[in-house]
Design a protein around this ligand. Structure first.
Ligand code: F6P
Length: 328
């Protein structure tokens, strides 16, 4: 049996992603629209443990739609992994008169939400926010589209200098376990080769491909490497290997790093944030819990949180073939 929801807490948790502020704003305004209260939890689950919460109303989220990062701030809380930490978090949750929680984050954050729900029966809804796009149950996570555009813009600039000097660049992009950013930004930026964690064709094949590029008249090249790629032990090893085996190449490395997580969200991410935030509040008011909202074929959907955490969002491997054809 579900209790009536009259006060919702919203938090951002795990790695930040552009569009998180827009999602908080959407949650707050959907609460105001439905005449219920909303509080923001600072620094994810850690803020719940430390009782750092702020009341949020319509005006308190003004001018946030275009801001990157998360004004609620975020953290990966070790204390929330302990039963004592969660007990304290629940005490504060009740003391603030809260009766439901919306978590904006990735699968680690959703696992925390599931445990909180299981132990204290707190209704929880997840909104997928991570630049990695590696969450099952949604075709797009918040921040992914913005990160892709950031990476493409950066590689376009690298291409300018690469072609001026006839150089080969290895560009490392984020993605510990998933190659969504590498593959899609790689195609978007016209990379010669794209190396992703989901596929390891070996370093020899990379050398062969670079040799073919050279023979076909290419004077400069861009190789996009996801940080979790297993072709070498990282992008600098790839550089050393190619330099040793192909001395004709002048090789440079560029690690894009955390700049990929910043910046003003794209229009796509802002609209997605709005739709997901409104849906999350609708679900709670409809007495639903333990769900993650997502977007599939342009419809806003909801799946069981456990499914979202346990199942794998597979990359479309056909894109590798497309990348191969386009880089001829
Ligand atoms: O999960 C998002 C992500 O940006 C990954 O792509 C990256 O590997 C990781 O976070 C970096 O984490 P941190 O900010 O803790 O260094």
């Amino acid at each position: 049996m579900s209790t009536k929801v009259t006060k919702i807490a919203v938090m951002t948790s795990g790695g930040d992603a552009p569009g998180m502020n827009a999602a908080v704003r959407a949650v707050v305004r959907a609460c105001v629209f439905n005449n219920i209260e909303c509080m923001g939890v600072l620094r994810g689950y850690q803020g719940l443990i430390d009782n750092e919460l702020i009341p949020l109303d319509s005006r308190s989220v003004r001018n946030t739609i275009s801001r990157g990062g998360t004004f609620l701030q975020t953290a990966r809380s070790a204390a929330f992994r302990t039963p004592e930490g969660r007990e304290q978090a629940y005490k504060n949750f009740k003391a603030n008169g809260l009766d439901a929680l919306i978590v904006i984050g990735g699968d680690g954050s959703f696992t925390g939400g599931m445990i909180f729900n299981k132990e204290f029966k707190v209704p929880v809804i997840g909104i997928p926010g991570t630049i990695d796009n590696d969450i099952y149950g949604t075709q797009f996570t918040l921040g992914y589209d913005t990160a892709l555009n950031t990476v493409v813009e950066a590689i376009d600039k690298i291409r300018d200098t690469a072609s001026s000097h006839n150089r080969l660049f290895f560009v490392e992009v984020m993605g510990r376990d998933a190659g969504f950013i590498a593959l899609n930004a790689g195609i978007g930026a016209g990379a010669e080769e794209i190396l992703i964690p989901e596929e390891n064709l070996g370093i020899e094949r990379l050398v062969e491909s670079l040799e073919n590029s050279k023979k076909s008249g290419k004077t400069s090249s861009i190789v996009v490497v996801a940080e979790g790629d297993k072709t070498g032990k990282g992008v600098f090893e790839l550089k050393d290997y190619v330099e040793k085996n192909m001395p004709e190449y002048d090789v440079r490395v560029s690690v894009l790093g955390h700049m990929q997580r910043g910046g003003s969200p794209s229009c796509f991410d802002r609209v997605l944030a709005g739709r997901l935030g409104v849906k999350a509040v609708d679900l709670l008011l409809g007495g639903q819990s333990n769900l993650m909202v997502g977007i599939n074929n342009n419809e806003i959907t909801a799946i069981n949180l456990e499914k979202a955490v346990k199942l794998h969002h597979d990359i479309n491997m056909d894109l590798l073939r497309v990348a191969d054809i386009l880089s001829i």
